[in-house]
Design a protein around this ligand. Structure first.
Ligand code: 0O2
Length: 197
């Protein structure tokens, strides 16, 4: 960040970093508990992040909010984010249930883009939690194939030079999203056949 420009997060950065550490600890504990409960680690990998200043400023503008600390920390609720990637769809919902049932954090919003995918094919389960009565955090839960798809689709948004092939790419992405969703369900069924017998 340019030292002459004040942070959109004000002087909250150290507390936000501490909150991210707490969230990571919570996820590690959850992994251990769910591993005992369901017999395998439900988390393939996870990533935490604090949204970059520039991205937060851009999102304030995109959403029609003034570019200030209140918008960044109150109106927009994903300054702190974690993406948890699972091998199987059921693990996504096991984690969702754990977060809700543990009661440690207030769940203020949920969006199930797995059961109700976006028109472009985007699938993921989103939760907004409030941590320690201070910061909101967004938890994105998805399978490996949903994550691979979202990463590829994300490039399309930022790469402006795809030109005439854009329409084809968009429809191919949608086709792939549907095929991946179908394969995710088949993989889940096979796992159930192996472990529930
Ligand atoms: P970044 O830089 O990834 O954090 P929206 O109204 O959809 O713009 P909102 O209201 O915050 O955003 O909620 P939503 O729909 O739950 O989306 C939040 C985040 O989900 C986005 O954050 C993306 O990370 C991801 N996401 C949502 N829709 C799509 C999609 O169609 N494709 C991909 N690749 N990711 C998506 P940001 O802040 O937009 O971006």
């Amino acid at each position: 960040m340019d030292n002459n420009v004040s942070s959109i997060y004000g002087d909250n950065m150290p507390a936000m970093e501490e909150t991210v550490r707490e969230l990571s600890e919570y996820i590690e504990n959850m992994r251990k508990e769910l591993k005992v409960k369901i017999g395998m680690d439900p988390v393939e990998h996870y990533l935490t992040r604090i949204k970059k200043e520039e991205s937060m400023r851009e999102k304030c503008v995109r959403k029609g909010f003034p570019v200030n600390m209140n918008s960044a920390l109150v109106e927009i609720k994903d300054a702190i984010g974690v993406r948890i990637v699972c091998a199987f769809v059921d693990d996504v919902y096991a984690i969702r249930n754990y977060i809700k049932e543990s009661g440690k954090y207030e769940v203020v919003e949920e969006k199930d883009y797995i059961r109700h995918s976006k028109p472009n094919g985007y699938r993921s389960y989103h939760m907004i939690i409030k941590m320690n009565n201070r910061f909101f955090a967004e938890i994105q839960l998805r399978t490996i194939s949903m994550d691979t798809w979202a990463a590829l689709e994300h490039h399309l948004k930022y790469k402006k030079e795809v030109g005439a092939s854009t329409e084809l790419i968009v429809s191919e992405l949608k086709r792939c999203a549907d095929e991946l969703a179908s394969t995710d369900l088949s993989m889940q069924t096979i796992r159930d056949m192996i472990f529930l017998n």
